[in-house]
Design a protein around this ligand. Structure first.
Ligand code: NAP
Length: 168
């Protein structure tokens, strides 16, 4: 079964429900959450009551962004950690790194993603021409993630993955 599924990555409610069936809180980590996409997602999810962890290659950078976001929120709902710790601490993990770092980042947290849901926001843009998509041999970023992580992790692509992804 191909588990890479189209999903609106900004609509987390159904992902959380599929993880905990309404039984309690779910922690969501955003790997590479220090860039353009991550903080916006973190703020929206935190405002909706989700506990969020910002991940980064540098723990100090993740903590600094988390502190800024908490200030904007007016409460302490977002933490910052190094990517592997952030991946280990969460049940649902979003990936928001440039596609050039897609494979290496996933390989670096492969063990921590065991049995978790990955929301893959990355878009396979052509490095030579960022207005063009350059789909990986697997078919899409989400399908590449599934290939790297193995079948036991569920990988869901973000909106632009719609054309390349298949439903289970
Ligand atoms: N699905 C959608 O709707 C949608 C919309 C827009 C963009 N995107 C995609 O979302 C992804 C993130 O976009 P963005 O604009 O947030 O990216 P970005 O700001 O360029 O980078 C996000 C973070 O990735 C980390 N990073 C950068 N280079 C890295 C490397 N070589 N190895 C490991 N980590 C690296 C950095 O975090 P640290 O330095 O803190 O580790 C950076 O802050 C991209 O793939 C983009 O194409 C998707």
């Amino acid at each position: 079964m191909v588990k890479a599924a189209w999903h609106n990555c900004y609509g987390l409610r159904s992902v959380i429900y599929s993880v905990n069936r309404g039984r309690g809180r779910v922690i969501v980590s955003i790997l590479g959450g220090t860039g353009e996409q991550g903080p916006g997602m973190a703020l929206r999810w935190a405002r909706a009551g989700v506990e969020v962890i910002i991940g980064s290659r540098q723990q100090a950078r993740a903590e600094a962004i988390a502190a800024e976001l908490n200030q904007e929120l007016g409460q302490s709902r977002i933490k910052g950690m190094a990517n592997p710790d952030a991946a280990a601490a969460a049940e649902v993990v979003a990936l928001t790194v440039p596609f050039s770092a897609h494979r290496s980042t996933l390989e670096s947290v492969r063990a921590q993603l065991q049995g978790k849901v990955l929301i893959d926001v990355c878009v396979p843009l052509d490095p030579e021409n960022p207005r063009k998509m350059l789909m990986p041999p697997a078919g899409s970023a989400a399908e590449e993630a599934q290939e790297i992580l193995g079948d036991e992790r569920e990988s869901r692509g973000g909106v632009p993955e719609r054309l390349g992804a298949r439903t289970p």
